[in-house]
Design a protein around this ligand. Structure first.
Ligand SMILES: [Zn+2]
Length: 189
């Protein structure tokens, strides 16, 4: 079921989420929550690189990340969602990278907000998948940003809090207009 995506200002987005008791993973309630996360992310597939359970109102440590790294090239439209339960960060690189981020919970349509976010260029996590198996994932570049952005949601943090200068925050409308002219993102101030 496609769920309503909570928007910035909603207290659920600011709460720290709880670990899922893995014994409950097979329960219908939890499996439907995972289905709902995937369907809701898929309903915004053009704009979505991932989603977290709190964004649809459940403060549980479950996220879904889009595996852009499994696409062969930009024309490969295959969409694979990785279900990540109870992620723990094992490693963060010293090296950092900057990517423009947006969020399904930070504005809608032309009013959605975007901005350049600096994060660790690599992240390694351990997590449980939806079948209950322990797995590890090493995310690099944009995939590292996606994983860290979604884990931030579980801590009640939105990407805007990583942007120090408000002049770097652009609405979708303004950013589209800029990129049409310049064919690139604006320089970070
Ligand atoms: Zn987000």
């Amino acid at each position: 079921m496609i769920k309503k995506i909570l928007q910035i200002g909603d207290p659920v987005l600011e709460k720290k989420s709880l670990e899922l008791d893995i014994k409950k993973l097979e329960e219908k309630k939890i499996q439907s929550l995972i289905d709902n996360l995937i369907e809701t992310a898929y309903s915004e597939v053009e704009k979505s690189a991932g989603i977290s359970a709190p964004q649809i109102g459940e403060n549980l440590n479950i996220i879904v990340a889009r595996r852009f790294d499994l696409q062969k090239n930009e024309d490969d439209k295959k969409v694979i969602w990785e279900v990540i339960i109870n992620p723990r960060v094992l490693f963060l690189s010293e090296e950092e990278s900057v990517f423009w981020e947006g969020c399904l919970s930070v504005g809608v349509g032309q009013k959605a907000l975007f901005g350049p976010v600096k994060r660790k260029r690599e992240v390694k996590i351990r997590y449980t998948n939806r079948e209950g198996k322990e797995k590890e994932y090493h995310g690099r570049d944009f995939m590292s940003h996606i994983v860290q952005h979604e884990i931030d949601h579980l801590d009640g943090t939105l990407f805007l809090s990583h942007i120090n200068n408000p002049d770097n925050i652009w609405t979708s409308k303004k950013l589209d207009e800029y990129m049409k002219v310049h064919n690139d993102y604006p320089p970070a101030l």
